[in-house]
Design a protein around this ligand. Structure first.
Ligand code: SF4
Length: 463
C-alpha cells in the first residue's frame, strides 16, 4: 500500500508496525517477551535491549504466555499513540502479568501507573541500563556457559536484508508542534567510527540496505564539533558528508532519512550521483509558506527550497524526494495553503505524506491563536493529497519502459515484492514481479524492466 493512501494517526513519517520476536527458550532459560510500538527509532532501541538481554543469557519469547516478563516499548508522541501504548500495556498485563514499560511514554510515569498500577517498572527513552536493571530484578539471569554466541548483527527486528542505523539521538530544534526534544533531549551524535563499525558488522552479517535514521540527520556531529576519529588507516569526521561517503563504501545500499534542507546537504548529492549513496532524500518540509514555517519554528525555515531542489536535480537527475507535510497548522490561511499547493506543483516530489494538524499534549503550538476548524483541515488535506497523488502517478508512469535495480523484500507463491532505489521500506511503494521469480530470495538485488505503473506501485519483469 502506498504511504499516500493513509493518514496515520501519528505525525512522524516513520511509523513502523509493532514488532514481535521469533524463537523460543531452552528449558530453564529465563525468557523475556517484547512488544515494540512506534517508529523505527524505537525499534532500534528494542533491538539494543534485546541484544543485551541475549548476551546475558535470556531467551526472547515470541508470545506473552511463554515469557517470564514482558517489556513494552511505548510511543508517546500523539494522544492516539499514547492510547495505543496504554492498551498494549493492558494486554501484556492481562496475558502475562509481569510488565516493564520503557520508551517515549516512559517519560510520563504517572500517566502509566495511573492507568496500570500493577506494572513492575517504568523507564524512559534510551534508559537501557534501567530497563536491564528492571529485568534483572523481575527475572534473575541464569548464566549458561553454552549460551549461543551473539550474532554479529545483534538481534534485529527488521528483516535481515535491511537494517536501521541510528546515528544520533535527540534534537536541538524547537519545532512548536513537536515534543521530541522534551522527551529525548538535545542532539547527541554517536562517534563516527562507532556508527561505521556497527554498519560494517551489519553488512558482514548479510544486510544489503542501511537506513540511516536520527531526528535530524543533516545535523549529525554538530554536538561533537565534527570531531575526527581513526577509521581504516585514515581519519573520518563526525559529519554527515564524511559518514555518508564511508557508509557508501561498505557495499550496501545506503538510504538517508530526516535530512533538513541546509546548504551543506548539497554536498551529499554528488555522492548520490556517484552511486555511493542511494539517490533518495527523505526531507520533512512540512510546509512551504515562510510565515507558516516560522510559526512552526522549523529549521531552515528561510531556505529557498524550490531553488535547492532544482540544484539537487541538476546534479543528480534521478534523485527521488520524499517528504511529509502538515495542513491546517494553527493560523494557516487559505492563502498560505494555496502557496503550499503551488509549491507542490512545482516541486513535483516523488513520495508525499500529509497529516492534518493535531494538538499533542505539551506542544507549544497548542497555545497558538486561530486553530483551523476540522472541516477546513479535511478539505485542505483532500486537495493536497489529490494533487500529490496525480504527481506520483505521472512520475511512476514515466518509469514504465525503464530499467531499474530493485531489492527483493519477500517472495511467496504469487510473486516477489521488491523496492526500487526510490522506495524506502514501510513508507513508500513496491515493485512487484509476478513471473519468473521462483529463484529470487529476500535481499537479492536484480535488474527489472518496468512494464506497468499504478497509483503508488510498479510492476516489472526480470531482465
Ligand atoms: S527537527 Fe523539529 S520536528 Fe524534528 S525532532 Fe526536532 S523539534 Fe521535532
Amino acid at each position: 500500500m502506498g504511504a499516500m493512501s493513509q493518514n496515520p494517526p501519528d505525525l512522524r513519517p516513520d511509523i513502523a508496525p509493532a514488532a514481535r520476536l521469533e524463537g523460543g527458550p531452552r528449558p530453564g532459560q529465563p525468557s523475556i517477551g517484547m512488544v515494540s510500538l512506534g517508529c523505527p527509532k524505537a525499534l532500534v532501541d528494542s533491538e539494543r535491549i534485546l541484544t543485551r538481554l541475549r548476551a546475558e543469557g535470556y531467551a526472547v519469547s515470541p508470545d506473552y504466555e511463554g515469557a517470564d516478563a514482558v517489556i513494552v516499548n511505548t510511543c508517546g508522541f500523539l494522544d492516539s499513540a499514547k492510547a495505543e501504548s496504554l492498551e498494549a500495556i493492558g494486554e501484556a498485563l492481562k496475558a502475562n502479568g509481569r510488565v516493564i514499560v520503557t520508551g517515549c511514554l516512559g517519560a510520563e510515569p504517572d500517566y502509566i501507573t495511573g492507568a496500570h498500577p500493577k506494572v513492575l517498572a517504568v523507564t524512559g527513552p534510551h534508559q537501557y541500563e534501567q530497563v536491564l536493571d528492571a529485568v534483572h530484578a523481575a527475572v534473575p539471569p541464569a548464566p549458561d556457559p553454552f549460551i549461543d554466541l551473539l550474532p554479529a548483527s545483534g538481534v534485529s527486528l527488521t528483516p535481515r536484508h535491511y537494517s536501521y542505523l541510528k546515528i544520533s539521538e535527540g534534537c536541538n530544534h524547537k519545532c512548536r508542534f513537536c515534543v521530541i526534544p522534551d522527551m529525548r533531549g538535545k542532539l547527541q551524535s554517536r562517534p563516527a567510527h562507532a556508527v561505521l563499525r556497527e554498519a560494517e558488522k551489519l553488512v558482514e552479517a548479510g544486510v544489503r540496505e542501511l537506513l540511516v535514521i536520527s531526528q535530524d540527520t543533516s545535523a549529525y556531529g554538530v554536538d561533537r564539533k565534527h570531531d575526527r576519529h581513526l577509521w581504516k588507516g585514515g581519519e573520518v569526521r563526525s559529519h554527515i558528508t564524511d559518514l555518508a561517503r564511508e557508509l557508501g563504501g561498505l557495499g550496501a545500499w545506503v538510504r538517508l532519512h530526516y535530512v533538513y534542507p541546509y546548504p551543506h546537504v548539497r554536498e551529499l548529492i554528488p555522492l548520490m550521483a556517484e552511486g555511493l549513496v542511494l539517490p533518495y532524500l527523505d526531507i520533512p518540509f512540512q510546509h512551504a509558506h515562510p510565515d507558516t514555517l516560522r510559526r512552526m519554528a522549523r529549521p531552515a525555515a528561510a531556505a529557498k527550497t524550490l531553488d535547492e531542489i532544482a540544484r539537487w536535480r541538476a546534479i543528480c537527475p534521478d534523485i527521488a524526494l520524499r517528504s511529509t507535510f502538515i495542513v491546517g497548522y494553527p493560523g494557516e490561511t487559505e492563502d498560505e495553503f494555496q502557496t503550499l499547493l503551488d509549491w507542490l506543483g512545482e516541486a513535483r516530489l516523488d513520495r508525499v505524506g500529509c497529516f492534518k494538524y493535531e494538538n499533542v499534549a505539551g506542544a507549544r503550538s497548542n497555545d497558538l491563536p486561530d486553530h483551523v476548524p476540522e472541516e477546513v483541515k479535511q478539505d485542505r488535506w483532500d486537495r493536497f493529497m489529490q494533487k500529490a497523488q496525480a504527481i506520483s502517478e505521472e512520475k511512476l508512469a514515466a518509469r514504465v519502459g525503464t530499467r531499474q535495480e530493485v531489492i527483493v523484500d519477500e517472495v511467496d507463491d504469487e510473486g516477489a515484492v521488491c523496492r526500487t532505489k526510490a522506495d524506502a521500506p514501510e513508507i513508500d511503494g513496491n515493485l512487484f514481479i509476478d513471473e519468473g521469480f521462483a529463484a529470487l530470495r529476500p535481499g537479492d538485488i536484480v535488474t527489472v524492466e518496468v512494464d506497468e505503473a499504478g497509483d503508488y506501485d510498479l510492476w516489472g519483469r526480470l531482465v
